[in-house]
Design a protein around this ligand. Structure first.
Ligand code: GLN
Length: 578
């Protein structure tokens, strides 16, 4: 069928002859692309014009012809995260889990932060293809505080050149609290992400703009923020924050004088102007939604995914991300890099901006802070996300053994398909590894079938179906029944360790040789049999957990799988697992 016909079929009404604006919009939204996306502007304008009238195939072709490449990618889910809906569900799960955490306290040095609603909790995500997800309080404006620092740094290196900037600011992690007065042995601040470094960076920027006031320079930096966040909504300035910051800036003044008395300030810039610029950058107000798009722009090398505009040079982005990686989470940056392994920047307002290079950016907002000044929920969200997904920069080192963490990237999806077809082909030719996989797969399915001690006809049928679907050919006649009966008689015979325990032992031994794809296949087969009757019985749940554990698959990943099952069978409500 012609590609256009296929696209039309994806949105056609039951009669197949027409579609509607609502159906088209719904289908686009399902991909994660928003209806105001610049790449679909013409199509959307034409759709609005058509209103509710039915759209024939010919009208559809005319509608999408100008933006065919983008419509095609969106319709066929050929975006960086193809299965966007599933990904969103997983993220919601993490979001909800963290919502209960009320530990930590608001920053209390200025009233506007002290009085902010501590219960606010929002997560916004944007992929490098411009797919967006927003949950909770993503439209609450808050000062960006230290989240401003890596962007002011990027602005400085673009305007003044890297060499000049680094004559005044270092790039070493400080291991000290963000407001520490300590400097490098050569009297430069450690890096642009601690106050001393950010104040000096502001000094570098202010020093070449003698004609402009600190506020005017801030407005230029705000324009950069607006470009980074795709002009989605206004980037604002909080006068109230600025006034309070000035009133409470003794420590920042101390740092500024120390810098002035040490190596001196760049081009003899006025100390007050330098501090004013620093404090007003902290007083810029944005939302998690805006910050997530800015994070995605960084993930995309400086090109904003939702406008296509190059907001920052890729070189400046690379440097900014490196500094974030080393020092973005202050004196917790080392632990954060170890556990999360992503460049991120937090601010005392409760914002955290995180970048998954080449994939997406996300921003969280929750005002309660830990002892480092990082948002408790924000950090926890990053941690849990990386436990479930292969987003840690070094997850790519896993040699295909990450404990079956999810990877929503399109490239991974294709790799899985390729591996599966290799496996099918290899089984049919007697490959040793492939046969072992097949064997383990069968044993696990049978174990689940026997969880209730009975072999039922429908279970054998489901097992055969699952096997056929995964292995690409039918099992031999009577093979499953015979295997199941033999395991059943072993169970009845009793003995020190039953067949299930033996299977777990075998899985634990063999799993070192199994890559993620294969482990996933085995778990999937067991899972499908457990779900065969639409409900996961407690005994089946127990066995599934045993199999996952023996395969080295984390509890969290299994939870995602179970949640997915429950979504697919809403009528069953919660399965019998709880
Ligand atoms: N305005 C704050 C300060 O200078 C910003 C610090 C932060 O977000 N960590 O102290």
């Amino acid at each position: 069928m012609d590609r256009l016909r296929k696209m039309f079929a994806l949105v056609a009404d039951d009669n197949g002859a027409t579609t509607s604006a609502a159906r088209i919009q719904q289908h686009i939204l399902g991909s994660g692309i928003q209806l105001d996306d610049f790449r679909l502007r013409t199509t959307m304008e034409r759709l609005r014009f058509l209103g509710e009238s039915p759209i024939s195939f010919e009208a559809f072709v005319a509608l999408v012809s100008d933006e065919l490449m983008m419509v095609n990618r969106t319709f066929n889910r050929e975006l960086v995260i193809p299965d966007w809906q599933e990904f969103c569900h997983d993220i919601e799960l993490v979001f909800n889990r963290i919502a209960d955490d009320c530990s930590g306290n608001n920053a209390n040095y200025i009233p506007i932060l002290r009085d902010a609603d501590p219960n606010k909790w929002g997560v916004a995500l944007c992929s490098v293809d411009g797919q967006r997800l927003e949950i909770g309080d993503v439209d609450t404006y808050h000062s960006i505080q230290s989240v401003s620092k890596p962007i002011t740094y990027a602005f400085a290196i673009e305007q003044e050149g890297t060499d000049f900037v680094h004559q005044f600011v270092g790039v070493e992690p400080s291991g000290r609290p963000f407001n520490s007065l300590e400097l490098l042995p050569d009297s430069r601040p450690f890096n642009p992400c601690v106050n001393a470094g950010a104040i000096m960076t502001a000094g570098v920027v202010a020093s070449s703009r003698t004609e402009q006031s600190a506020r005017e320079i801030t407005e230029e930096i705000m324009k950069l923020w607006a470009a980074l966040s795709g002009d989605l909504a206004p980037v604002r300035f909080s006068e109230e924050t600025m006034l309070s910051e000035r009133d409470t800036a003794d420590n920042n003044f101390a740092i500024a004088y120390l810098l002035k008395g040490g190596r001196g300030l760049p081009r003899g810039v006025d100390l007050h102007k330098m501090l004013d610029l620093y404090l007003s950058c902290c007083s810029i107000e944005m939302t998690a939604s805006l910050l997530s798009v800015a994070a995605a722009t960084l993930a995309n090398g400086g090109v904003c995914p939702i406008t296509g505009q190059q907001a920052l040079s890729t070189e400046a982005v690379k440097k900014s991300l490196s500094v974030m990686q080393a020092a973005g989470m202050y004196d917790n940056a080392g632990v954060f890099t170890l556990e999360v392994g992503l460049p991120a920047k937090s601010g005392v307002s409760g914002a955290v901006l995180t970048v998954v290079p080449n994939l997406m950016g996300f921003a969280t907002f929750s005002p309660r802070l830990d002892s480092y000044g990082n948002s408790v929920r924000g950090v926890e969200f990053c941690r849990q996300l990386v436990e479930l997904f292969t987003f840690h920069i070094y997850d790519s080192l896993s040699g295909g053994r990450s404990g079956c963490k999810r990877d929503p990237r399109a490239s991974q999806h294709n790799r899985k398909q390729r591996d599966l077809s290799d496996l099918r082909w290899a089984v049919s030719h007697g490959d040793r590894y492939a046969l072992k996989v097949r064997d383990l797969l069968l044993e696990c399915m049978i174990a689940i079938t026997l969880a209730d001690g009975e072999i039922e006809e429908p279970e054998i049928i489901i097992m055969a179906e699952t096997y056929t679907e995964i292995m690409g050919h039918q099992p031999q006649q009577g093979e499953l029944q015979a295997m199941a009966e033999s395991r059943q008689s072993e169970i009845e015979a009793g003995g020190s360790s039953g067949p299930f325990e033996q299977l777990l032992q075998r899985l634990s031994l063999e799993q070192v040789q199994l890559d993620d794809n294969v482990r996933e296949l085995i778990l999937e087969a067991a899972f499908r049999v457990a779900c065969a009757d639409g409900i996961i019985e407690p005994e089946e749940d127990h066995q599934l957990r045993g199999i996952a554990n023996a395969l080295g698959i984390s509890e969290g990943v299994l939870e995602l799988e179970i949640a997915r099952f429950q979504r697919q069978h809403p009528s069953r409500g919660a399965a019998a697992t709880d």
